[in-house]
Design a protein around this ligand. Sequence first.
Ligand SMILES: Nc1nc2c(c(=O)[nH]1)N[C@H]1C(S)=C(S)[C@@H](COP(=O)(O)O)O[C@H]1N2
Ligand SMILES: [Mo]
Length: 423
Amino acid sequence: MDEMHKPSRRAFLRGSAAAAAGTVAGAASAQTADPLITDVQDWASITGAGVDETPYGMPIEYESHVVRRNVEWLTASPISSINFTPIHALEGTITPQGCAFERHHSGAIELRKEDYRLMINGLVDKPLVFTYADLERFPRENHVYFCECAANTGMEWAGAQLNGVQFTHGMIHNMEYTGVPLRALLNEAGLGAAGDLKDKWVYVEGADASSNGRSIPMEKALDDVLVAFKANGEALRMEHGYPVRLVVPGWEGNMWVKWIRRIEVSDTPTESREETSKYTDVLEDGTARKWTWVMDAKSVITSPSPQMPITHGKGPLVISGLAWSGHGQITRVDVSRDGGITWETARLGKQGDTKALTRFYLDVDWDGAPMLLQARAMDETGYVQPTKDQLRETRGENSVYHNNCIQTWYVNAEGIAENVEVS
Ligand SMILES: Nc1nc2c(c(=O)[nH]1)N[C@H]1C(S)=C(S)[C@@H](COP(=O)(O)O)O[C@H]1N2
Ligand SMILES: [Mo]
């Protein structure tokens, strides 16, 4: 834990930004003859690539910086590790699988559809084993959901640490899943043997060496949990659980078991490693809270941000970011440019899906003065995203997981952004 807490980044007092306003050149207008307008270019005088050259397309080389990245000092080995979605460089809400963060406890495994089996056992009328082909014969559904690791923003409890939204908030992805409701498979096995379902559980585990077992209350299992085999229209990538993973909408990423191999109906939670020594929250008084399943409302400005400086000087500026809530829809996002003293209501890219990322924008005329940028999300329950200080009051500084506090970027007169904390 100690090595996670690198020396604190600069702390800022509210209101100090306004004093330091500098001069920034305005947007340049086209004054010189531009050869890109006046000359015939190579790409207009020769033929391009044929359709047989790229059977499966990759991003053009000029976009090769939009990739997952890890923080090397964070974990001892890349096998049991995490990398981060480049959310600073993405737009809209859907995360392409190729750059969606990965979290493995024992590495990503290669499992053929033909070798795939899913067992349902425990308190069921008829224990069953499904093949991949069996799963394809159940009525299926499509839903967009975010998956956020409970440890997202976990390095920021003690102060501003990592200088990039990819690293502070990139343990999240948002995909359109195709799958079979878990409810349908449980009903196929029959829940009569379980008796009163109110206090029953399912224990879910993966086929990888870690197994990543988790207990899910029956009420959630019968609600919106999906046994998914496609994401964004294509097969799941190996690193996201090919051929089948569990999708547990709005709940912490750890419960989204990849390569899912077994579902056991039981009358108690299993209290596995992943829900006792890990993925519990140590509170201010040292007690551990079990369990925090739902990911509370959260938002962050993705641009400008440390990896996305303002390069165009003063004038029109698009401030953009992401908001999400495990409790349902995002109803409103506010943006502050002065560290939380005044707020403006942002424009939502479109009406938010439930338990999915929502894109927001604030289109401003930047006067070139430094800013302390913040975003604050609200969801359909009326919940308002807390400040860091508010969160620390209940959670102390010993926590790792479930940090959904308001993030601050200090943007200087040159448009350079830095991760800071205001108090
Ligand atoms: N079988 C298995 N499932 C797993 C894990 C794992 O290591 N093994 N990691 C969990 C954790 S901690 C998270 S945050 C999510 C991450 O999903 P992703 O790798 O698709 O981003 O998967 C979860 N499911
Ligand atoms: Mo996680």
